[in-house]
Design a protein around this ligand. Structure first.
Ligand code: FAD
Length: 591
């Protein structure tokens, strides 16, 4: 009998990731692939499976600890040589090592229709792939189980949240005008009207997609698709009155494909200790605006939770937020987040960072939540509404990909190469199901790459950077190398900052709390990252993305004439700061 250390495998380059659950204790017998612990980053959770079986001698970690690749989880006494596993598929968010490739099933039936390309899933990844493939002249089918196209993003994600955030921003903006001598009465909020506006926005966009599919002669097949072989998908046809609700009609249709693109997306992570109760919602439930509570708890201080919190708070709800990490809005540099936090402190009664939720109990008069950690209140807290925004899990295991021979990781991600190909060369995967960051613009970019490859071109996902934006008030946007990443990875950088307190437009707007930061490679002088906090930051970060893609330096950006007076000017001025002279700021000290 030998002692074996069970360690954290490749977790997609993340370091110091929070442990949110420990599933084993000393004395347990663990089986191969059994979940040992669950990790959480700002956007997703992942289970770490055992890569050997045996009896647990010692558990080296506890909930709340942080761990990185190679960190020891437990020591086990191996159950014998036979129990030792070949290297397990890593439960990584952006998996690098191959998950085991299953044997494809042999499909002996006949197909109802044949296509050059079948796309499974009608989200931003799926519809973009289908439309791009059709634009290449290919015969395309798009399978979606719900009533409308657009996936999470258009139906229960990016778009409805921004429709509500827009209204919240106008209400907040109007309040700011009081300082300028313009006073409005308190708004009268007709929640049905607001919900109706959001629904109208969704309907306009999803209806538009249906029209564009028709114009391109893309066949939409309404149903749940499951692979039944390496070239066939069986679709159980559905009737669906609204997104995330479908009933099967009992009819089935089999489609044959030369190429398939898997775009099945992701779903909300459910925390096991949270009971079912209408007063406990996920992001979809929060977007429905069914209840206007007095006190609301947001579990998870990432972008989705904070955006929804902004909406509810503007509508008059008091907020608490609990986050296991030591700060909210992970991913963004702390100096950006601090500006947001200062401006938003009035919305919150408690910001509980480095704190975890340990128990949730539904009682008649409210939801009682118990916390543990640095900022945990001593007593359980009562809330009228709890929003669970603890991340999203990929749907790779929910479409029988293994029957097509496609490898899926233990966590449900599908591994792809730079051409978006899975281990089965004529089957591609895109969007949330292939890894972090789970963002619509990444899905669309990958979709175009996959579609071009289906058409026989040689296309690669070679974007240098993918921006992230929190559409809060103020907005926080960042891209590429952040100061935190530079510190972690030992990248030598220089940075330049332009404070919006010196921006004519920001001052005229009465919103000069923000700043624009550019990050340059200290050796080459090329821009490698940037961040903006302030109104419309999300609209402006694209210029920094372009500068990074084009390999610009500070002279390129600073010498580009930006229109005056604009917030976008702050990017040019931050570059001027990097070049040593910015005439909109006091003279810089010469070294
Ligand atoms: P999805 O949008 O998840 O679509 C997958 C589709 O496949 C679904 O419609 C599903 O029904 C269908 N499907 C799955 N399995 C099957 C099957 N077997 N058969 C048939 N159909 C199937 N991202 C941003 O970039 N910006 C934002 O501002 C933003 N805000 C967000 C706000 C919220 C509240 C949420 C929840 C997410 C937000 N996101 C945002 C993330 C964004 O929505 C996702 O990254 C994006 O939708 C992923 O696209 P996708 O095509 O990979 O998958």
């Amino acid at each position: 009998m030998s002692l074996i250390e069970l360690k954290v495998p490749d977790i997609g380059g993340h370091d110091n990731v929070d442990i949110i659950a420990v599933e084993i204790k000393a004395g347990d017998t663990v089986a191969l692939e059994q979940t040992l612990i669950t990790l959480e980053t700002d956007k997703a959770t992942m289970d770490v499976p055992a890569d050997a079986a045996g009896v647990v001698k010692e558990v080296k970690v506890k909930v709340g600890d942080k761990i990185s690749e190679g960190g020891v989880i437990a020591v086990i006494e191996a159950a014998g040589a036979a129990a030792e596993a070949p290297k397990a598929a890593p439960a990584a968010e952006a998996p690098k090592a191959a998950a085991p490739a299953p044997q494809a099933a042999q499909f002996a039936g006949s197909a109802d229709a044949e296509y050059d390309v079948v796309v499974l899933g009608g989200g931003p990844g799926g519809y973009s792939a289908a439309f791009a493939a059709a634009d290449e002249g290919l015969k395309v089918a798009l399978i979606e189980q719900y009533s409308t196209l657009g996936g999470v993003c258009l139906n229960v994600g990016c778009i409805p949240s921004k429709a509500l955030l827009h209204n919240a921003a106008v209400i907040d903006e109007v309040k700011h005008l009081a300082a300028n001598g313009i006073k409005f009465n308190e708004p009268e909020i007709d929640i049905n009207g607001l919900r109706g506006y959001k629904e109208k926005v969704i309907a306009k966009l999803t209806g538009g997609l249906a029209g564009m599919a028709k114009a391109r002669k893309v066949d939409i097949i309404r149903g749940n698709g499951q692979f039944v072989g390496a070239n066939h998908i069986e679709v159980s046809l559905t009737e669906s009155a609204q997104y995330e609700q479908a009933t099967q009609t009992g009819e089935k249709k089999t489609v044959a494909f030369k190429n398939a693109i898997i775009a099945v997306g992701s779903r909300v992570v459910k925390l096991p200790f949270i009971p079912e109760d209408p007063r406990i919602v996920d992001s979809t439930g929060a977007l429905e605006l069914r209840q206007m509570p007095e006190r609301m708890l947001i579990i998870g201080g990432g972008i989705i939770g904070l955006e929804m919190g902004t909406v509810y708070s503007t509508l008059g709800v008091r907020l608490d937020v609990v986050e296991m990490m030591d700060g909210l809005m992970q991913g963004a540099d702390r100096d950006l987040e601090k500006v947001w936090e200062k401006m938003n402190a009035h919305r919150f009664d408690n910001i509980m960072t480095s704190t975890k939720t340990v128990a949730v109990e539904a009682k008649e008069d409210g939801i009682y939540v118990t916390f543990e950690g640095a900022k945990a209140p001593k007593e359980p807290q009562r809330y009228d509404l709890v929003l669970v925004a603890a991340g999203r899990a990929p749907n790779g295991k929910l479409c029988s990909a293994e029957k097509a021979g496609v490898a899926v990781t233990d966590r449900g991600f599908i591994e792809v190469d730079k051409q978006q190909r899975t281990n089965v060369p004529h089957i591609y995967a895109i969007g949330d199901v292939v890894g972090q960051p789970m963002l619509a613009h990444k899905a669309v970019h990958e979709a175009h790459v996959a579609a071009e490859n289906c058409a026989g071109h040689k296309a690669y996902f070679d974007a240098r950077v993918i921006p992230g934006v929190a559409y809060t008030d103020p907005e926080v946007a960042w891209v590429g190398v952040t100061e935190e990443i530079a510190k972690r990875d030992g990248i030598k950088i220089t940075k330049s900052v332009f404070p919006w307190a010196a921006s004519g437009r920001a001052i005229a707007n009465g919103r000069d709390e923000g700043f624009t930061k550019l990050i340059f490679d200290a050796e080459t002088g090329h821009i490698i990252g940037g961040g903006i906090v302030g109104t419309h930051a999300g609209d402006m970060i694209g210029e920094i993305c372009l500068a990074i893609e084009m390999g610009c330096d500070a002279v390129d950006i600073g010498s580009t004439i930006h229109p005056h007076p604009t917030l976008g000017e702050s990017i040019g001025m931050a570059a001027e700061v990097a070049n040593g002279t910015c005439t909109d700021l006091p003279p810089q000290k010469k070294a």
